[in-house]
Design a protein around this ligand. Structure first.
Ligand code: PLP
Length: 379
């Protein structure tokens, strides 16, 4: 139950065990065409969505090298580990980065980004996470996009939606997002190894002028290949076949249901956590992942390891300043009601096993029963 990789549904596991087929064949091109169509629905865009055989960070680098040029001024909203990653990638490509630091666990304020744009009118792009996974925080992407476009209509807004897409509303075209990236091991319920990227018309205008060096990630190649329902380089055939299956849950009504599922698992986890002695860390909690502050006197790192070895539930801890202080439970992927209950129970039993004096068997059972009723409609 980490925020990626996540449990995979049985129908995806089945496809992943099928024999290999060649990527330049009519029957596979048909699969690819279907998959590209579903990706556009999932991203809610009229523009093409491209697939790289890379982890999500590859799509982040692709976003940057396909739109910007060395020396360009950009703003990076840094509210955690993944915000830092945007800044590092931008600096590696010699962009001039203005970092907008947001305290961990808070959502960025829209006005402060606008102020920064006002004081740096040459800024070409703003980078943000829709869901900052390291702090389990959701940013106001719709409001940010509106404000950025109002202040600087030609400024790009690049969104890392790696844990957000499929977990929250993020209609790319309607909200005027210029670049959206995601990755297969998050809401797409697949093994790690594919990343996704879509560019707005404005971002494609930037592509024409962009001078960042690029080769594998050059989307110009992919733009031509996609006309023919191909990828420019070899396609990760097996992953794509599985993606074509999991995307059925991530388009149209399926997407709405997945979003509701994430929201309900997240709110249940927050509520249950607070009842048994944790505190919700984020002030703007993400539906993709919940960060719980462990009670005073309990070592979070020891608790995480204990829950994994004793209850067979893998959670994530915190990084840097949050090391040993939080547990992160993911809500993406094929998590059944039974999995969720087992995860919640492990949160409680772990605390008792490590000697938390405030939680008793009776209290834990009472809250577990309530959680079960909420999830399954019966106790
Ligand atoms: C997982 C994640 C990434 C990084 O993806 P990799 O697949 O590990 O390269 C980037 N941003 C966010 C918000 C993530 O959750």
């Amino acid at each position: 139950m980490t925020p990626g990789p996540v449990p995979m549904p049985p129908e995806a596991l089945k496809v992943l065990s099928e024999p290999m087929e060649h990527h330049r064949t009519p029957q596979f091109q048909k699969t690819l065409a279907e998959t590209f169509g579903k990706l556009k629905k999932c991203f809610q865009t009229q523009n093409s969505v491209f697939v790289h055989s890379s982890t999500g960070s590859g799509a982040m680098e692709s976003a940057l090298v396909n739109t910007l040029s060395p020396g360009d001024e950009v703003i990076v909203i840094d509210s955690g580990k993944f915000g830092q990653r945007w800044a590092k990638a931008a600096k590696a490509h010699r962009l001039r980065v203005h970092t907008h630091k947001v305290p961990w666990g808070l959502a960025t304020e829209v006005n402060s980004v606008v102020d920064l744009l006002k004081s740096h009118p040459e800024v070409k792009a703003v980078f943000c996470q829709a869901s900052e996974t390291s702090t389990a925080t959701k940013h106001p992407i719709k409001e940010l996009a509106l404000a950025i476009k109002k202040q600087s209509p030609q400024c790009l807004f690049l969104v890392d939606a790696i844990t957000a897409l499929g977990a929250m509303e993020l209609p790319m075209d309607e909200w005027q997002l210029d670049v959206v990236v995601s990755g297969s091991q998050k809401a797409f319920m697949l093994p790690t190894g594919l990343s996704f990227i879509a560019l707005s018309d404005l971002a494609w205008e930037y592509y024409e002028k962009s001078t960042c060096p690029k080769f594998y990630f050059d989307l110009g190649h992919e733009k031509k290949a996609i006309q023919n329902n191909e990828t420019f380089f070899s396609t990760a055939v097996t992953h794509i076949k599985a993606l074509n299956i999991t995307l059925n849950q991530l388009t149209g009504d399926g997407l709405k249901k997945r979003i509701q599922r994430c929201e309900s698992l997240a709110s249940l986890t927050r509520e249950f956590g607070e009842k048994i002695g944790y505190e919700v860390f984020s002030k703007a909690p993400s539906p993709a992942v919940t960060a719980l502050l462990v009670p005073r006197g309990i070592d979070g790192a020891a608790l995480r390891t204990h829950i994994e070895s004793r209850y067979n539930i893998t959670l994530m801890g915190g990084q840097d300043e949050l090391k040993g202080k939080i547990l992160r439970m993911g809500h993406l992927g094929h998590i059944t009601d039974e999995d969720q209950l087992a995860g919640l129970e492990a949160l409680g039993r772990g605390l008792m096993d490590l000697g938390d004096p405030n939680l008793t068997e009776d209290v834990l059972n009472e809250h577990l029963k309530a959680a079960q009723k909420k999830l399954m409609g019966y106790d």
